[in-house]
Each structure stands twice: as C-alpha cells, then as structure tokens.
Design a protein around this ligand. Structure first.
Ligand code: ADP
Ligand code: ZN
Length: 721
C-alpha cells in the first residue's frame, strides 16, 4: 500500500502530500515517522492508495507508526479548515494535537506500586518493620513505593521483594491539574424556566439553540444538566468557555458534577498536565472536554452535546493562523455527530441574535434571575456636569457617596475601566461631542505620530481640532485613564480601603488572574479596579456596588461593533453587583448620558438595543448585512512588504474589477498602526455585500508566497488597528 503523508513542518514549501510505502493495516490519521530529506520527520497519514505516480525506486517506506491521534472526524474537520482558510494542512493538523504530543518532549508518567504476591513465606519476629509493611499491604491491597519507603524504610521493602513476598508493578499516573480543588455537588431542582430551556434544546429540530438568559439566570445549571444527560446516554460532550471564566469556583463546580470524567484544558496547565488531560480524553477515560477555544478540537468521539458559553466573547476568534472561528468548528462537529450545539449569553452578539430571529437557530430565553432577585439599579451620571462643577477627578460625587456607603457597610465594590492606558478618541469635555468620520459614521482615532485623526474603516485622515466644532469649547480631551492612576487616586481618597488591581499588567504569568480573583473573593480587598477581565461571569456574593468609570470609551472605539461591545460590557459588569442577599447598584459615568446604547443597557433592555442596532447596521451596510474583510501584509523590510502589497493588491483589484457589484468598499492603505514590533503593516480593506467572493480572496492570498512577508485574511476583525 501507499500512504499519503503530510509532513509536520508548517512551511509552505513542504505543504504537499508525500507518498510512502506502508503496510496494509496502517490507519488513516496515524502519526508516523518517515525518511525526509537527509533525516527523518514525523507526519500524518491522510489517505491510503494502491499505487503511486512516483517511480517505485524513488519511493521510501514509513519507518514506524507512533500512534493514531486523528479520528475520521478530525480528518474531515482538517479538510474543511484547510479548504476554508487556505492554510497549509500541516498547520491545521497541529490544532488537533497539543505541541507536547508532536514533539515527544513530554511523556506518560509512571510510578511503582507494590502488591503482595501469592508466595508463602516466613517473616522473622525480629523484623517488625517487614511485618508491619506486609500487614499494611494486606490492608490496602497496594501502595505506592515512595509511601512504603517513607513509612517502613527502604531495607524492609527490599528484603520483602527479595523474598518474593511482594512485587513491584508499574502504574500509569495522571498529573492532576486541580489539586486542592474540591467541591460538593449541591443537587437543586431546576427552576421551571431552566427545565423549559433544557427541554427546548433537546426537542428542537434545529442543530443550534441560542440560550439568551440574563446575568444570574442560571444558565450554567442548564448546560451542566444537558451535559450530564448526554453522558448518561453514553455519549461525550464539549463545554467551551472564555479562558477567564475558568475560575476556581467554576472548576470546583465541574469537579463536583463530573469528577474525573471531566478533562479541563486551560492555559494555566503545565505541559505534562495538558498531555495527560488530552490522553484521558483520547482514551475515553474522560468524556467531557472543558476549556477555551482550542478545546473545540478535543479528541472525543461520539460527541452528544456542545456548549459554547458567552458566545459573544471575542476570544472565540483565533488570532493566529489558521484564523478560525470557534463557532464554525463547533457547528461542523455538531453536524458530523448529529448532536446539538448550545450558544449561551446574556448579551448575544448582534449577528447571532439576527440568525436566531431569522429562524436559523432556535431561541430560548431565561428572562429572570434565580429566585427573582432584582437586577441592580443602574444610575447614569453626566460627567460633563461634574467637569462644569469643577470636579476633574475620575469619580463623580454620586460614585464617591455610594462607595463610602458600600465600604462603611463592609461590602465590596468593583470599579471598571474600559481599557488600560487607552487614549485614542477625542472628546469634548464640555458637550460630549466626539469626532466621527464623514463617510463611515464611526469615531476617529487619534494618532500621535502624525498628529492626525483617522478613520479605521476608510483611511481618511482629518486635522486635529483646535476647538469643539459643536460647542466651540476648548476642553478637548483624549478619553482614557489607566487603572494605575485610578488606584492611586483611590488610595489618596480612602487610605484605609484595600484596593486590588486587575489588568494585563497584573495578571501575567501562570494563573495570574486566578490569584487576584481568589484574593478578592476571600475578601482580602474591598475594591477591585480592573479592565474587561472583571466584567466576565464572576460570582462575588459581597459585591454590592459596581462603578463604570468611563462608559464612553468603548462606545467611541473606532469599530462598527463599538455600540454592541459597550452594551455587552455594561450589562456584564453590572451583572456582578447584588448577586446574593443584598441588592446591588451600579453607577455609570458618561459624557454622553443621552446615548441610546447606555440607556438600553441601564434598563436591561436587550431587545430594544437589538432592534435599534440592527436597523443602524442595515442602514449603514455593516455586518450582518455586509462582510468586512481585511488582507494584512506585514514584514520587517519595508521594500519587500510594499512589493508584496503591490502584488496582492493587483490581483485583488482584478477580482474587484471583474465583480465590482460584490464590493461596497475596496482600497489599500497603511494599517492604522503603521508598525508593530518592527513590522511594517499594510492592508487592503474591503467591505463585501456577502461572503460569496471570500473564497477567491483567500485563494489570491494563499497564492502569494514570500519568505519574509506575512499575508493573511481577517473576516470581520474584532480590531482594526
Ligand atoms: P448565569 O450563568 O446565567 O449568569 P449562574 O449559572 O451563575 O447564572 O447562576 C446564578 C446563581 O444561581 C448561581 O449562584 C447558581 O448557583 C444559582 N442557581 C442556579 N440554578 C439554580 C437553581 N435551580 N436553584 C437554586 N439556585 C440556582
Ligand atoms: Zn471613514
């Protein structure tokens, strides 16, 4: 037989199939070692065939088979991903195998256990340790070598082994990533609303169900019930969450429900732990994969349920090649396995909700919090008025008053800032005016290097404003403060308050954010100041006040989704308040108090927000009514990069000229940030009527091959900088 092998080198030069002679029984998906060039390489068997077009004397043979890591399903997915995103197959296949598996640097761990043999023999009375050891083994059946040595001494162990009374056995050990995490499953009956949601998911004839439930409505319990029933039916499940949601509380809950049947994959694991968790899934010992986006590739067979929690979260789009969307992969798997896919969110993305409204997905709602707990009241503070009154600090007088009240009662508060050190949008601090693009109706971004304002959607540059065009005011400011400055101001105001800070600076390193969350939840601090990270699904029972310091910042972010993002952030962060007995409250500070997005968010009116937003998208032709595509061209050498840009642009323009009606916008330009990490950045920006022509755009970009320049396609990118 001949095996078609993809060699595991993700360099485009070797992105093709190589033929090797092999034995009949070699399965598809096997990881093999083959002669390659002057050495050897590992590769994957994609297909088998009878004959090769290569001359027989040139054909080499597969040297050995390591394992069979790829299932038929994985091969199907790999084909689909490679075709869709036009990336080398070797790169796609890596998604299915953790690096530890491919490199062979990590391996299984074993320990030595001892058991009694059937042999009969005497142990002298003068060897009490041997007697004790022998008796101990009778009691426990078997024991770890290290333990026995510690208890009874090495000599006793060795003598007994020599006498043939005990015997060493090799035992596989799984490195346990959750030592110290335990939880008890509290069995609570589902509420009628939760029960209806479970039934709806199971009975709909649609593959995808969107579970739209307000914060604190008990969505997690719905997912876990669905997963538990799936396991009972003998199938497996995948539970996807944003990385940040894998908190100790969440892990304890999963442990309590599923014990060792759950394998948890997250970035905090060591290589060895990841290897073992993957192996437990592959071997069938663990039957639920829980993790961030890469867990969608979990090596499970017979999948009966896939859950994608917080479906609106930006972390579900991969930012390295292949730039896959987690939903797309989850959907393919659901179709392949004929199982259900549940999307959950308190604030679904506009595109997802649109698809549900159009009938593509089933839609189920959990409109109330568990125990009918009220949503925290949101009070909007007009920061323009604070400025006029001479208060230039981060905190409005209302926020200070509520903060003092909260601290005096011994409760906790969260202060939320949109972005760390963000200072890009220009805002008039007298009237709230924000500069926007004449052509695109998105806010402009300040570029200090050129002293200009730019639109990220069409590239138009505007001169800096000497005064506000709306009111003539001179207090033009760049919105943006840093968490650090907020913390130091807080410490001046409340020297006795214990303040914790959580942002990208303080959460680096293994389990960085978990450490901070743990400290806050064990009440080692009174106030938590942070960025986006504090907005996610945490459950802190003693938080009764949430302050949103700068609601405008994401509102005026230069992105068509900025309204949606703001709505999501405000809703999510507000949802952290008042989750237990005491009612919560929210103070929302803004320079734009009339803004409809903020009004809808303050009223918890998702429907109102959606109806408004979808009509704006339809009128301005933004997704879901159009598709934004950016082709990035980046490289360290400017000349080479420009050369690549020119060539890509010429080919794309040919496409544009042939099918102009498919484009709403087409142009090449500098990327808004011209250089990142010494790489020059250029882009061809397009807005398409629909995705029909995407395939051809990918094909153009895949055809361009450069040694030092990277060319890639982004679809509806979440960041246009
Ligand atoms: P969501 O994910 O929708 O924000 P959670 O799943 O975190 O909500 O649930 C909110 C709170 O309600 C949690 O503290 C959870 O333990 C509790 N809860 C969920 N379902 C039930 C139930 N059926 N009975 C009692 N409490 C519940
Ligand atoms: Zn514009």
């Amino acid at each position: 037989m001949i095996a078609e092998v993809i060699v595991d080198i993700a360099h485009s030069d070797v992105d093709k199939i190589f033929d090797y002679r092999c034995e009949d029984a070699l399965p598809r998906g096997a990881l093999v070692v083959v002669p390659f060039g002057r050495g050897v390489a590992t590769g994957f068997v994609m297909r088998l065939k009878e004959t090769s077009e290569y001359p027989p004397e040139k054909l080499k043979s597969v040297l050995r088979t390591e394992s069979v890591p790829l299932t038929q399903e994985a091969l199907m997915l790999a084909d689909a991903i490679t075709a869709r995103y036009r990336v080398p197959m070797a790169l796609t296949l890596r998604l299915f195998l953790p690096a530890e598996m491919r490199t062979g640097k990590v391996s299984e761990r074993y320990k030595t256990a001892y058991v009694r043999t059937d042999a009969v023999g005497e142990i002298s009375d003068r060897a009490p340790r041997q007697q004790a050891l022998y008796a101990y083994l009778a009691e426990c059946g078997e024991a770890d070598g290290a333990e026995l040595r510690a208890r009874f001494g090495d000599a006793a162990l060795k003598s007994l082994e020599k006498k043939g009374l005990i015997r060493a056995e090799k035992r596989r050990v799984f490195r346990d990533p959750y030592t110290g995490i335990a939880g008890e499953r509290i069995r609570r009956p589902l509420t009628p609303a939760q029960q209806r949601a479970v039934t709806a998911v199971k009975t709909t004839e649609k593959t995808v169900t969107l579970l739209h439930g307000v914060t604190g409505s008990g969505k997690t319990e719905v997912y876990l019930t669905l997963i538990a029933e799936t396991l009972e039916a003998g199938k497996t499940a995948i539970f996807l969450v944003p990385e940040i949601s894998l908190t100790p509380q969440m892990l304890a809950q999963l442990r309590a429900w599923f014990g060792s049947k759950a394998a948890i994959l997250h970035s905090g694991l060591s290589a060895g732990e990841r290897f073992d968790e993957w192996m437990r899934l592959k071997s069938g010992e663990a039957r639920i994969a829980i993790g961030a986006r890469s867990a969608v590739f979990a090596p499970l067979e017979n999948v009966g349920m896939i859950v994608l929690d917080e479906e609106h979260d930006g972390s579900y789009s991969s930012e390295s090649s292949p730039r896959y969307n987690t939903f797309d992969i989850a959907y393919l798997r659901a179709r392949y396995n004929k199982c259900k896919l549940v999307l959950g969110s308190a604030t679904p993305s506009v595109e997802t909700y649109h698809r549900a409204k159009q009938g593509e997905f089933a839609l189920v709602k959990l409109p109330e919090r568990i125990n009918a707990r009220p949503m925290p009241e949101v009070r909007i503070v007009d920061m323009r008025r604070e400025v006029r009154r001479g208060n230039a600090s981060f905190f409005s007088s209302l926020l200070r008053e509520r903060l003092e009240d909260c601290l005096s009662k011994g409760n906790q508060a969260i202060l939320f800032l949109n972005r760390r050190g963000y200072s890009q949008t220009v805002i008039c601090r007298d009237c709230g005016y924000v500069a926007t693009c004449e052509h695109c109706a998105v806010s402009l971004t300040y570029h200090s290097d050129e002293r200009a304002l730019k639109c990220h959607y069409c590239g138009t540059a505007y001169k800096l404003l000497p005064a506000c065009p709306a009111c003539g005011g001179k207090h033009l400011g760049y919105v943006g403060t840093g968490t650090q400055r907020v913390v130091s101001e807080l410490q001046k105001l409340y020297p006795h308050a214990r303040v914790l800070r959580m942002d990208v600076d303080t959460t680096s390193g293994k389990e960085g954010h978990l450490r901070i969350l743990k400290r806050f939840s064990s009440r080692e601090a009174d106030i938590l100041v942070g960025t986006q990270m504090v907005a996610k699904g945490h459950d802190f029972p003693f938080v009764t006040l949430v302050g949103i310091l700068d609601a405008d910042m994401s509102l005026h972010f230069a992105d068509y989704r900025s309204g949606e993002r703001t709505f999501q952030l405000v809703t999510q962060v507000a949802g952290r308040s008042g989750r237990a007995q005491e009612p919560g409250e929210v103070v929302l500070q803004t320079y734009d108090p009339e803004n409809y997005i903020l009004r809808f968010a303050a009223a918890y009116d998702y429907e109102g927000f959606y109806e408004h937003e979808i009509s704006v998208r339809a009128a301005t032709m933004f997704p879901p009514f159009a598709k934004i595509v950016r082709v990035m061209v980046t490289g360290e050498d400017e000349k080479e990069t420009l050369g690549a840009l020119k060539s890509v642009y010429e080919r794309l323009r040919a496409l544009y000229e042939r099918q102009t009606e498919a484009f709403l916008f087409f142009n090449r330009m500098h990327a808004p940030i011209k250089r990142i990490q010494n790489k020059f950045r250029y882009q061809v920006l397009m807005r398409l009527v629909d995705g029909g022509i995407l395939k051809e755009i990918y094909a153009v970009c895949a055809a361009e091959k450069y040694k030092n320049v990277l060319v890639y396609v982004e679809e509806n990118p979440s960041n246009l900088s």
